[in-house]
Design a protein around this ligand. Structure first.
Ligand code: ATP
Ligand code: MG
Length: 565
């Protein structure tokens, strides 16, 4: 490929609206351009990288025996109605109508579409197990599209769905995807941290997310270096002390606390640490009120709370619901009440001695609160977030909290779609069996950005060979007709030798050409300049190193192949 006829609009300056490194570099290196908020054009070089990543994904999926499909992006509303998700998907799903008024979704995910497709094809245990996948566009009306292609409205996902006869079969399919995902990310040159993840409303099933550690990550991970426990913060457990503090229980008493509401205000007012407070927050769990009670030093984990409450999701109750439920304005709720309120207590609440909590009256708190004496704990669960330094649930060592970008997710789905969409096959005895599903996603564009986040220096991107847009970047510095002809011949020789080469044949200064080569990050740079015209030696340099190798023309192709290994 000759650069003089290529489209590679590199930029010297960082684009002003790009806050993360990968976004800046992808724009500056001429890989992508913003079309509008959350939508990107992939220029030829960027599309080459995406195709390389998709190639790796496809090879590894095929290797497991998964079968590639191409599914429609437009999915009929009736499919979503069958599973019940037409109502529950919310505003993230783009919905449209055709000229006859029929409703569709631009697929944000394809569980329903694949389940329906497979339903009409499989009929017997002999047809299973099967794992079907595609590499295709997804549409999501994200609340906050950001960080370039890391969170966009339209992106390419590899999504796979396995169908098995039973849980044992699903376990085998899941393990095969676990292994494939490790190989995929390794081949892409990405260091990923597989973490245990929350399974949302599914509960109990296995789920693993593949995270790339990054300051700009939107996910928090807890990692125990001692025993290897790794979990998404939504899921992470931690050990609690089980000893009661030494204080003697005092009687319950009311304290006037005009306008003292937040934990910080209260800690100042009562002059004690936040763990003495019983923070009581009213939520709606699938629309029904539930009060979550945790110690004041902890953050409520809404995923854990939803699981404990047996709800698909929880949200903070609006103020009027709080007033109606507790009888007091927001800020004065507490578990000491005669009202019949459903409460879920964090497992650390029972250890509190002489607690302080809202008295369900405006401007009043209780002091000397004793769990068990002043209120009974009927529902207890781990409903708070683990924090930096918390003891590991397995070995007790202090855990570290890191930020991460989720690039892939594997998940035992269970029977959710096969049951709601009535999929069945006949087993050996002729009885009807509902297959069990798993689903497995990789964000291809996000993976590309994550690779850039991990492979760069102050001069630009350093592509791993496996996903690089080209193998080699040939920098031609000759000016005379003869010099150019000689360089053209070397280019032809490289192409004939099977090297995918980008040839900078532009009329530009060496400085500009080298800067672009560094910025765009092709693994091997070949320079045909003064050294070659004077001594016949070609200068070869790897993007990742600083050593310059001198190679003669005859040995060039082999040497480059060696460096690409
Ligand atoms: P997130 O929590 O980041 O929104 P998700 O849980 O919604 O991700 P999945 O539905 O599991 O994501 O999708 C599988 C993969 O698709 C993710 O691991 C991620 O790599 C990618 N992905 C999801 N949303 C986006 C997006 N808006 N832009 C780019 N890639 C995305
Ligand atoms: Mg999402």
């Amino acid at each position: 490929m000759k650069l003089s006829r290529y489209i590679l609009p590199t930029l010297k300056e960082d684009p002003s609206d790009a806050v993360v490194l990968s976004h800046r570099l992808m724009i500056r290196a001429g890989l992508i351009r913003k079309e509008s908020a959350g939508m990107y054009v992939y220029l030829p070089m960027g599309w080459r990288v995406l195709r390389k990543i998709m190639g790796i994904v496809r090879e590894e999926m095929d290797r497991t025996g998964a079968l590639e499909f191409l599914m429609p992006e437009l999915t009929a509303a009736d499919l979503w109605r069958e599973s019940g998700r037409w109502e529950t998907m919310g505003p993230e799903m783009f919905r449209i109508r055709d000229r006859n008024g029929l409703e569709y979704a631009l697929a944000p995910t394809h569980e329903e579409a694949f389940t329906a497709a497979v339903r009409n094809i499989i009929s017997s245990y002999r047809d299973l197990p099967v794992n079907v996948y595609q590499i295709n566009t997804k549409f999501r009306d994200e609340i906050r599209p950001r960080f370039g292609v890391i969170r966009s409205k339209e992106f390419i996902m590899k999504d796979a769905y396995s169908f098995d006869m039973d849980e044992k079969g699903l376990e085998a399919s899941y393990q095969s995807m676990r292994a494939a995902y490790r190989r995929i990310f390794e081949r892409c040159g990405l260091d990923t941290i597989p973490v245990e993840a929350d399974t949302g409303a599914m509960g109990g099933s296995d789920s693993e997310e593949f995270m790339v550690a990054s300051e700009v990550g939107e996910e928090s991970l807890l990692i125990c270096d001692a025993c290897g426990y790794k979990a998404n913060r939504e899921k992470a457990e931690y050990r609690r002390p089980d000893n009661k503090k030494g204080d003697k229980p005092k009687p319950l008493s009311e304290v006037a606390t005009p306008d003292v509401k937040t934990i910080d205000d209260l800690a100042g007012f009562f002059k004690c640490s936040a763990d003495r407070f019983l923070k009581s927050i009213v939520y709606l769990a699938d629309g029904k009120t539930v009060m979550a009670v945790v110690t004041g030093d902890r953050e409520i984990n809404e995923q854990k709370l939803a699981r404990a409450a047996g709800a698909a999701a929880v949200e903070l109750a609006p103020d009027e619901v709080v007033v109606e439920t507790t009888g007091a304005p927001v800020g004065f709720a507490g578990p000491v009440t005669t009202k019949n309120i459903r409460m879920v207590f964090d497992i650390s609440v029972k250890h509190v001695v002489n607690g302080i909590t809202g008295a369900n009256k405006k401007d009043v708190h209780y002091e000397g609160v004793s769990p068990g004496r002043d209120f009974s704990i009927q529902e207890e669960a781990d409903i708070t977030c683990a924090e930096q330094g918390d003891p590991c649930p397995r070995c007790g060592s202090a855990m570290n909290m890191k930020k991460g970008i989720e690039v892939g997710h594997i998940f035992k789905l269970g029977y959710k779609y096969t049951r709601s969409m009535s999929v069945s096959v006949l087993d050996e005895s002729g009885a009807e069996v509902t297959p069990i599903m798993g689903c497995y996603g990789i964000g291809v564009n996000r993976t590309m950005a994550a690779i850039v986040e991990q492979h760069n220096d102050e001069r630009g991107i350093i592509w791993p060979v496996s996903v690089a847009p080209f193998d080699a970047h040939l920098v031609g510095l000759g000016k005379s007709g003869d010099e150019i002809a000689v360089t053209d011949a070397i280019y032809d020789m490289l192409v004939d030798g099977g090297i995918d080469v980008l040839y900078d044949d532009r009329k530009a200064s060496p400085g500009v050409k080298f800067a672009d080569a560094d910025l765009t990050g092709v693994p091997v740079r070949i320079t045909i300049g003064k050294t070659y015209f004077q001594s016949g030696e070609i200068e070869v340099k790897q993007r990742k190193g600083s050593e310059i190798f001198k190679v003669n023309k005859e040995a060039l192709v082999d040497r480059i192949k060696e460096l690409l290994k």
